[in-house]
Design a protein around this ligand. Structure first.
Ligand code: 26W
Length: 809
């Protein structure tokens, strides 16, 4: 940990400003200060980074590599200060110099290199790996454009490009000399060598250079600095491309542009798989550069025969997006390391492990056979052989599954099924919450579970409590530490000691005060952003996540419309004022999701300005939901809305973040909500609605008729008619698709079915909230149990059960 004092830091800042920027503190901008401070932190980091790499090498430790198309790391200055033990003195130094630390931190652009849960999980995992002294590193893509920036214009989502690299990014180091060449297209020729082995030669391939940019990943005050390596696509030098210096090819700007496009932008869809060739190129680009890198490091560091790769290397693939790792590792082992098929297969299937993050069928990746064949001819040959051998093994060794071969084959009906490829090629397949893993085993991957029962295991997700509690909620962290000491920071499960105080009125009041202060801060932010005044004494009811039908933001806004209708009918109703806060991006091509955003904003524009309502109800849609915005909202949440149609949300992680900050969950028995329920008990959570079995039963056997509810429930009919008849101040057709989806497509996500139980859950919550002691007791109980969801716990489980890696001592 750094020994710097606030005064040292001030001096260093002054010096940096002069030497690197030529400005004095008195004239420095927040941005100048941001860069100067980042540079000081980097000076602290660099020697530790170098030391960490050396120590891993000296100790010969097995390494884990986390391959992911997404790393949603957000901002780094504040978390790097926190982890290097400099945050408090930095805040003090900045204040002394007349700067507001928050404004300085806000100068950093979010690294939005992810869509949502899967990308943020990868970032939390890196934090835990480093904090727990594990030799673990991330490999991803350095997209020039991250997830789009969302603006709301006249209630509609508008997408703007996120050119986050417009200004220099102080955390990355370009390592040109460590680049690799990646090959696409071309022809493969097969030759027999004298020893009978096969040699594959490529002709006319398109070569692309993968240049790494390294970002340090700091452990919490433990001197460890791991690496997140992001690949950037560039044209290769003409010599390497086999071209003349002044050839047309090399100077063809279109060609250069098409290469750079490979790391050009992040695909903004986290639900619908899109079969675009560029996406496939991105996937192979990530996989090939990372695996080449892993093999080179293995050879350089361990000097062991390649057959011992599984002793020193394990690769976790984050969903199926990097599942070309299976044939790519096979290719390198066979074509470059000259191993035979069986030996290569033995190694591959002991190095790769696969995590599944969704059971939504529309998200399951399959690629047209010809596309892979044309883009990656050698890889296609290998997949074809994997498929053939796998199908044969079923035919001969699992006769009972012969009929199922079309549903199991890696290549079927002209498409390559990536999840099947990942399962066959990995030694571990895990789901991300208990119920999710059970659904994989019993339904989605049932036959694979029969074939490989030992591969399947559960690893419930987690979140880093360092960012999501210590950093984002310093006030709450202080009150916790005053009560139970600071040990929970290194051992989050010790938050459980808070239970002893869950009836201590004085302490509960302190928690209440902190929540209220956080709500005031958020209320100010809301005012600043939207011009709307919200009552900081009202219940802050929060739903923040990607917009998707299965997540049911629609159910939430229907409830708001219901409350509004009730208040209009009876303005003097004695209700606790409520503020409903939404944050959500819709995939640009997801029409219905965008219509739901428009509906939320339309309801907001009516409710917020209706004098009859007298401020008892407010609806806030905060635009551009991202990691930094989550950090502002979560500490202020009272109610955490986790209302997905049961069976659909693999885990959820926002549920854990809000719980850890003292919000009480109102949700369905889905994903990790179930595990929250098991811990806190039925009195400390509001559960409603269909459970997963009931939902799956309806899907299989029918029996649900949404129109019956429309016909019999006046409250529901009123809402739907208001949508359909343009009561919300718009012409009739605006929300027709929502209306049709519910009544003509039979409400596929059971919004109407769960409507009444949802109302009841809200009524219970409102009643509980009125009794401050009851509520704060619930809130503190949730914080107490939340340590279980620290990603430290999750990473320990991955490390011992799957990766078999050791902490550095
Ligand atoms: C091919 C398009 C695509 C892109 C991303 C399909 C699917 C994805 C991800 C798998 C979607 C995702 O982020 N899933 C979420 O993963 C979280 C971390 O495990 C879980 O907590 C969420 O429940 C799950 O929806």
């Amino acid at each position: 940990m750094s020994q710097l004092t606030a005064n040292d830091l001030k001096e260093k800042l002054k010096k940096k400003l002069i030497t690197e920027k030529g400005v004095e503190v008195s004239t420095a901008s927040n941005k100048d200060i941001y860069y100067a401070l980042a540079s000081i932190v980097n000076d602290e980091i660099m020697p530790k980074w170098y030391e960490t790499i050396k120590r891993y090498q000296d100790k010969n430790l097995k390494q884990v590599y986390y391959l992911s198309m997404e790393f949603l790391i957000g901002r780094l200055l504040e978390s790097n200060l926190l982890n290097s033990g400099l945050l408090n003195i930095a805040k003090e130094a900045l204040e002394d110099l007349g700067f507001c630390s928050e404004l300085v931190f806000a100068e950093e652009r979010d690294a939005g290199l992810g869509n949502g849960g899967l990308g943020r999980l990868a970032a939390c995992f890196l934090d835990s790996l480093a904090s727990l002294y594990y030799p673990g590193h991330g490999f991803g893509i350095r997209y020039r454009y991250g997830l789009f920036e969302q603006r709301i214009i006249h209630g509609n989502q508008v997408e703007l490009p996120d050119y986050w690299l417009k200004e220099p990014y102080p955390w990355e180091t370009r390592k040109e000399e460590e680049a690799f060449v990646i090959q696409f297209h071309g022809k493969v020729h097969m030759f027999k060598r004298n020893d009978g082995s096969l040699e594959f030669k490529y002709e006319n391939t398109d070569k692309v250079l993968a240049v790494p940019y390294d970002i340090p990943v700091l452990g919490y005050q433990n001197e460890v600095v791991n690496t997140l390596r992001l690949w950037s696509a560039e044209p290769v030098a003409y010599q390497e491309a086999g071209q003349e210096e002044n050839s047309e090819f090399y100077h063809d700007l279109d060609h250069q542009h098409s290469i750079e496009q490979i790391s050009g932008f992040l695909y903004p869809d986290d639900s619908n798989y899109e079969g675009k060739e560029l996406r496939l190129k991105q996937q192979y680009f990530l996989v090939s550069s990372s695996i080449q890198n892993i093999i080179r490091s293995f050879k350089k560091n361990y000097r062991l025969p390649i057959s011992r790769l599984p002793e020193k290397v394990v690769i976790q693939i984050n969903d199926t997006h990097p599942s070309l790792a299976v044939p790519e590792l096979m290719r390198i082992l066979m074509d470059e390391e000259r191993l035979d098929w069986d030996t290569a297969w033995e190694i591959t299937t002991h190095v790769l492990a696969y995590t599944n993050h969704t059971t939504l069928s529309e998200a399951l990746e399959t690629w047209p056979e010809e596309m892979i064949q044309n883009l990656l001819p050698r890889i296609y040959m290998i997949i074809d052989e994997i498929n053939e051998r796998f199908c044969k093994s079923i035919w001969f060794d699992h006769k009972e599954l012969r009929d199922k071969i079309p549903d199991l084959a890696v290549i079927a009906c002209g498409r390559v099924h990536m999840a099947r490829l990942a399962i066959v090629g990995s030694f571990s397949v895990n789901g991300v919450a208990r119920i999710h893993t059970e659904i994989l085993k019993k339904q989605e991957m049932k036959d694979f579970y029969t074939l490989f029962p030992n591969k399947f295991n559960n690893k419930t997700n987690g979140i880093t409590h360092r960012r999501w509690l210590l950093q984002v909620n310093p006030k709450l962290s202080n009150v916790i530490s005053e009560a139970i000491g600071t040990q929970w920071i290194k051992r989050p499960k010790q938050l459980i000691s808070l239970l002893k105080y869950s009836n201590d009125k004085a302490l509960l009041e302190k928690f209440d005060q902190v929540k209220h202060e956080n709500k005031k801060i958020l209320a100010n932010y809301i005012h600043q952003q939207t011009g709307i005044l919200v009552d900081d004494q009202s219940i802050f009811d929060v739903q923040i996540k990607r917009l998707h039908e299965y997540k049911r933001q629609l159910l939430n806004i229907f409830h708001v419309i219901y409350l509004y209708n009730e208040l209009k009918a009876n303005p003097n109703q004695d209700v606790t004022p409520r503020t409903f806060i939404f944050g959500a991006k819709a995939a640009p091509s997801y029409h219905l999701a965008k219509e739901i955003i428009k509906l939320i904003n339309t309801v907001a524009s009516i409710v917020n300005y209706d004098k009859d309502i007298n401020g008892k109800l407010k609806v806030i849609f905060l635009e551009n939901y991202n990691v930094s915005l989550a950090e502002k909202i979560i500490p202020a949440a009272d109610i955490s809305e986790q209302i997905s149609t049961a069976s659909k949300e693999a885990s959820g992680t926002g549920n854990m973040k809000m719980m850890m900050n003292g919000a009480v969950t109102l949700g369905t028995m889905d994903g990790a909500n179930i595990e929250i329920y098991d811990l806190v008990g039925e009195n400390n959570i509001f559960i409603f609605g269909l459970n997963a079995d009931e939902v799956l039963d309806y899907y299989q056997n029918g029996g649900y008729n949404a129109r019956d509810i429309y016909n019999t429930d006046d409250r529901v009919r009123l809402i739907l008619d208001q949508l359909n008849q343009g009561e919300f101040g718009i012409h009739n057709i605006e929300f027709k698709d929502i209306f049709y989806n519910i009544l003509y497509h039979n409400d596929p996500y059971f919004v109407l079915k769960d409507f009444e139980p949802y109302l009841e859950a809200h009524e219970l919550a409102e009643r509980a909230y009125r009794n401050r002691t009851t509520w704060m007791n619930m809130s503190v109980t949730n914080i107490a149990y939340s340590g279980k969801f620290s990603s430290d716990q999750t990473i320990r489980e991955y490390a011992t059960d799957i990766w078999k890696i050791k902490q550095m001592d």
